[in-house]
Design a protein around this ligand. Structure first.
Ligand SMILES: Cc1cc2nc3c(=O)[nH]c(=O)nc-3n(C[C@H](O)[C@H](O)[C@H](O)COP(=O)(O)OP(=O)(O)OC[C@H]3O[C@@H](n4cnc5c(N)ncnc54)[C@H](O)[C@@H]3O)c2cc1C
Length: 386
């Protein structure tokens, strides 16, 4: 088994890391403190072509594999979680349905400008009363002679305040639950579509999460992405990729926080020694190192399987679960190593601590991931030797 990075992937990693070191990392605190959309960095990533990382070259993309996209996610999160949330939305969930199901005109109007960073796209399925349970959404898409009338509200929508277009989950037949879900393209300026409240949050700041309101919003039939009732299946088709990407984000955050913790443990003195010489601090360092390494293996192994065409949902779920829980463990330990300074705004430890929480929900909560892993494992496990 060899899933080491290729020469091209290593080169990409160095290039992205250098680029983000220059255009993003120095501004991570400012993005976090202001909670403003970092328009300058966003445009620069578009100019450099990164939003097309997963898309074919004829659309202006890079046609990169899942491993390369995971590297990009990891490096983004190492630099700034707010920026990572914004950019990965643009590369994957916010644009993927148009790539797969949009007509030429929709691709020309939305996808190609989004790849260049000239337009912003997002996805909206979560509602005020409904998150993990996609089949329970209340937003309706009522078919009429002009197409569909969308009625409902969405909440927690990343980039929703700045989005030029949104792929929205709505039900054409609520009794069918998941079998009634469709995804619909709504563009800014469509009558009945408006942005509601912004949720003030502590994590991934800079990437605003807002309410979107669809008040009898009329759209043409061609704005249905794919077929009626198949939306849940279409979302499921990219769920593993979303999970591997978020595992990459977890890895990036773990590494940034760990580096800060290590630096502090070497420099801070107590009782006449550096605190890194105390065994209880060393235990934290060792535990973090091992868990980060295991996260790296699980994450890139899942990406490698995806690139080979043999990924299972369980592998992707395990990568996301372990990497994001590890990130939350690491940011907690790093905060403790910093003592009182772990709470001080002048140190990044508090930002890492808050940003870890962002990773736990999108792409499936840890509880949902465990149910997926357990269900699969109950049927068959490679470790069951009986
Ligand atoms: C920063 C941020 C950005 C986001 N951006 C977007 C976005 O752009 N678009 C979008 O549509 N959504 C977005 N979301 C929403 C995200 O997808 C949801 O938070 C996620 O789907 C979980 O839903 P929920 O928060 O409503 O939790 P719920 O589903 O209400 O779950 C609450 C708790 O119950 C547990 N639970 C639920 N069901 C089960 C079960 N069957 N078994 C065991 N435990 C269960 C969960 O694990 C959790 O602990 C964002 C969220 C955050 C925090």
């Amino acid at each position: 088994m060899d899933f080491a990075l290729t020469r091209e992937q290593r080169f990409f990693k160095e290039q992205v890391s250098r680029m983000l070191e220059h255009i993003a990392r120095p501004f991570a605190d400012a993005i976090d403190k202001s909670d403003n959309f970092p328009i300058g960095v966003f445009l620069e990533l578009g100019r450099l072509g990164y939003y097309g990382i997963r898309y074919p070259e004829e659309l202006g993309g890079m046609n990169a594999d899942c491993t390369t996209f995971t590297i990009f996610a990891e490096e983004l999160a190492r630099a700034s979680m707010g920026l990572a949330a914004i950019a990965t939305m643009q590369c994957l969930m916010g644009t993927d349905f148009i790539h797969r199901f949009g007509n030429d005109e929709q691709k020309k109007r939305c996808l190609i400008p989004a790849i260049k960073g000239e337009k912003i796209g997002t996805i909206a399925f979560t509602e005020p009363d409904c998150g993990s349970d996609l089949g329970g959404i209340r937003t309706r898409a009522v078919k009429n002679d002009k197409g569909y009338l969308l009625i409902g509200r969405k909440l927690w929508i990343t980039n929703g305040d700045v989005a030029d277009f949104v792929t929205v989950a709505a039900s054409t037949d609520p009794d069918k639950r998941l079998g009634g879900i469709g995804f619909f393209l709504i563009e800014k300026g469509t009558p009945g579509f408006s942005v509601g409240q912004k949720i003030e949050k502590i994590s991934a700041r800079g990437a605003a999460t807002v309410e979107l309101i669809f008040d009898e919003c009329q759209i043409p039939a061609e704005n249905l992405m794919g077929e009626e009732g198949k939306g849940a299946q279409y979302l499921n088709d990219i769920l593993s990729e979303i999970r591997i990407m978020i595992a990459g984000l977890g890895l990036g955050l773990s590494k940034s926080a760990f580096s800060a913790g290590l630096r502090y443990a070497r420099e801070r003195e107590a009782f006449g020694r550096s605190i890194g010489e105390f065994q209880l601090i060393q235990e934290k360092i060792a535990e973090m190192e091992v868990r980060i390494k295991a996260s790296e293996f699980l994450t890139y192994h899942a990406a490698w399987l995806k690139d080979k065409g043999s990924l299972t949902g369980k592998e992707a779920a395990m990568a996301k679960l372990y990497s994001t829980e590890t990130a939350c463990f690491v940011v907690d330990e790093v905060s403790r190593i910093h003592g009182a300074y772990g709470l001080a705004e002048e140190y990044p430890a508090q930002r890492y601590f808050r940003d870890g929480r962002f990773l736990l929900f999108g792409g499936g909560t840890s509880e949902i991931l465990k149910t997926i892993i357990a269900k699969d494992t109950m049927k068959k496990s490679e470790f069951d030797i009986t």
